[in-house]
Design a protein around this ligand. Structure first.
Ligand code: PLP
Ligand code: COI
Length: 339
């Protein structure tokens, strides 16, 4: 049994025993191995460390009441890492290879999947990096695909408490840039705005559309959604935001399970009054209610700064219920990990 206080987990690095590692060279991926070594040994010329030629994913494994382990929509992460990779001219990773690697890492570290009821999950971080001896601004000639994992705590300690965000003057991505790809450069660009927001006691910053700065795009490392006063679910549409798997799941659940109109549309800053509730959604954020948003000198409040709104709560219960196996999942959303 591993010695972890599951109730105290946050979102920080914990070294687990085994990770998956595969190399791409001369046009093909090797078979891959499981290794105890958590250090990557790469050339100083690696394009990943000079020019940011890298992409990654984030997903979780969930312990169910009966002890079995669920993965949530892992095929979508397998597809997205390839979409991200194509944007940076990285080699295709077969979806089956991605899914097998994720399953192997969960199975090999199964006693690090937090017990059901603690709110904890096993977070998986697949990455592909361009490596090899190189120096010109050009795609790498070798790549590493690795998947490691760590137990993480619930985003909400002691319930779903709304938090506040601040609209940033910075952009995390350009209108036709890499915002829709899960690549390190977008996160490097978010460090300064995110730090400045946290220094002012906000949870994170909200990015506006980079072309006009009039619409909400992203909430830190999560997508935005709002519930209108006439009970519609609206989430931004934009080529420069990450297509969140959680967001697409909520669009489906709002429509099919809650009977709401659920659409991707514009979320103009000057139309925020239409929303009675708002939230951030993502693998790590799960669903985080937004209490209010600081916009310049003004503070716009949503449902409450202390309490989650009723529709956000219903969406949360449905989503998290599916992930932990307590609520029936739409077909194909859950993959069991044998261990
Ligand atoms: N937006 C950004 C910038 C993210 O980093 C993430 C996290 O992956 C999300 C949105 C949410 O995406 P997903 O629901 O697929 O985790
Ligand atoms: C995720 O939700 O998986 C993310 O990638 C967020 C992370 C960058 C903290």
């Amino acid at each position: 049994m591993v010695d972890i206080n599951w109730e105290e987990l946050g979102f920080s690095y914990i070294k687990t025993p085994l990770r998956y590692l595969s190399y791409w060279k001369d046009g093909a991926w090797d078979e891959g191995v499981m290794t105890e070594d958590n250090q990557l040994h790469i050339s100083e010329g690696s394009p990943a460390i000079h020019y940011g030629q890298q992409c990654f994913e984030g997903l979780k494994a969930y312990r169910c009441k009966d002890g079995s382990i669920n993965l949530f929509r892992v095929e979508e992460n397998a597809k997205r890492i390839n979409r991200s990779g194509r944007r940076l001219i990285m080699p295709e990773l077969p979806e089956e290879k991605f899914i097998e690697a994720v399953k192997k890492v969960v199975a090999a570290n199964y006693d690090y999947v937090p017990p059901y009821g603690t709110g904890g999950t096993l977070y998986l971080r697949p990455i592909i990096i361009g490596v090899g001896d190189s120096i010109g601004v050009a795609p790498a000639n070798e790549y590493i695909f690795t998947v490691f994992c760590m137990p993480v705590g619930p985003y909400f300690k002691g319930g779903m408490k709304p938090t506040n965000f601040i609209v940033s003057d910075y952009d995390r991505a350009a209108p036709a840039g890499t915002g829709a790809a899960k690549v390190g450069g977008n996160y490097a660009a978010s460090l300064l705005p995110g730090t400045e927001a946290k220094e002012r006691s906000f949870s994170d910053c909200i990015y506006l559309d980079p072309a006009t700065h009039t619409k909400i795009e992203e909430v830190g490392a999560a997508n935005f959604f709002g519930i209108t006063k006439d009970n519609r679910f609206i989430t931004p549409t934009s080529p420069s935001i990450l297509p969140s798997i959680t967001k697409y799941s909520l669009l489906y659940l709002a429509k099919e399970r809650l009977g709401m109109e659920a659409i991707e549309g514009d979320c103009y800053l000057n139309e925020l009054d239409q929303f009675s509730e708002a939230g951030a959604c993502g693998t790590v954020a799960v669903i985080s209610p937004i209490g209010g948003i600081q916009i310049g000198e003004e503070f716009h409040k949503f449902y409450s700064e202390d309490e989650v709104g009723p529709v956000t709560k219903r969406l949360y219960d449905e989503l998290v219920g599916i992930q932990f196996g307590d609520v029936e999942a739409p077909e194909g959303w859950i993959t069991k990990v044998e261990y």
